[in-house]
Design a protein around this ligand. Structure first.
Ligand code: 13P
Length: 247
């Protein structure tokens, strides 16, 4: 069976002090959670401090992005080895905000996913359609292209997919469970085409206005294996409730 995974994407939020205060409150709230993986992706500047506070806890550490080169003259970029050095186990790649605002293409993302895997990092690879694409009936074509191009020549190990319809991110407009399950089933079928039987053990997360109010219903969907959460992951009580979802 697929173990659920609930991941916090803090985006460009929280200073080091704010991240530390969050963890002081959050860790005691989840001590007896065993059947769900918990991942937190703070901004780069808080990774080191968060890494220290997570030692001995079951919570795993993720970066929100990285560059694919090992080192060198790439001002402002962060290499995969710098993340593993801080005990990161995961990295978010292909978030729609990276694709949209920073022009990350399928080709660049394919290099990033390869580099992450070469360093043993689990890639939480994000895909999803815009409102315009959905309205034009292009949702499945977009998901298929992003999967096939982004994961080209990459095996299934250490890959988690996050389906994040762009129109549901930060808008309070969650996709319906019907829309979510339909997209997740499609993604699972495409993963089967790429990886055969191994697709059945790959986790597919949903992201886009996930809250304590809607998490339980979302987790009921057969092909939803967890959530990637922005806004509702910023407060300890709220994120703890998400991690303790009820099926
Ligand atoms: P919100 O949960 O704030 O909608 O953000 C979703 C997201 O983009 C997580 O990566």
């Amino acid at each position: 069976m697929r173990k659920p995974l609930i991941a916090a994407n803090w985006k460009m939020n929280k200073t080091v002090g704010e991240a530390e205060a969050f963890l002081r409150d959050f860790i005691p709230l989840i001590t007896e959670v065993e059947d769900t993986d918990i991942v937190i992706a703070p901004p780069f500047t808080a990774l080191s401090a968060v890494s220290s506070l997570l030692k001995g806890s079951p919570i795993q550490l993720s970066a929100q992005n990285m560059f694919y080169e090992e080192k060198g003259a790439y001002t402002g970029e962060i290499a995969p080895g710098m993340l593993t050095d801080l005990c990161c186990t995961h990295v978010l790649l292909g978030h729609s905000e990276r694709r949209q605002y920073f022009r990350e293409t399928d080709e660049i993302l394919n290099k990033k996913v390869k580099a992450a895997r070469a360093h043993g990092l689990t890639a939480i690879f994000c895909i999803g359609e815009s409102l315009g694409e959905r309205e034009a009936g292009e949702t499945f074509a977009v998901l298929q292209r992003e999967l096939e191009e982004g994961l080209k020549a990459i095996g299934p190990e250490g890959i988690v997919i996050a389906y994040e319809p762009i129109w549901a991110i930060g808008t309070g407009k969650t996709a319906t469970t019907g829309q979510v399950q339909e997209a997740h089933r499609f993604i699972r079928e495409k993963l089967s085409a790429l990886y055969g039987n191994e697709a059945s053990s790959m986790r597919i997360l949903y992201g886009g206005s996930v809250t304590p109010e809607n998490i339980d219903a979302l987790m009921e969907c057969a092909d939803v294996d967890g959530a990637l959460v922005g806004g509702a992951s910023l407060k300890p009580d709220s994120f703890a409730r998400l991690v303790r979802f009820r099926r």
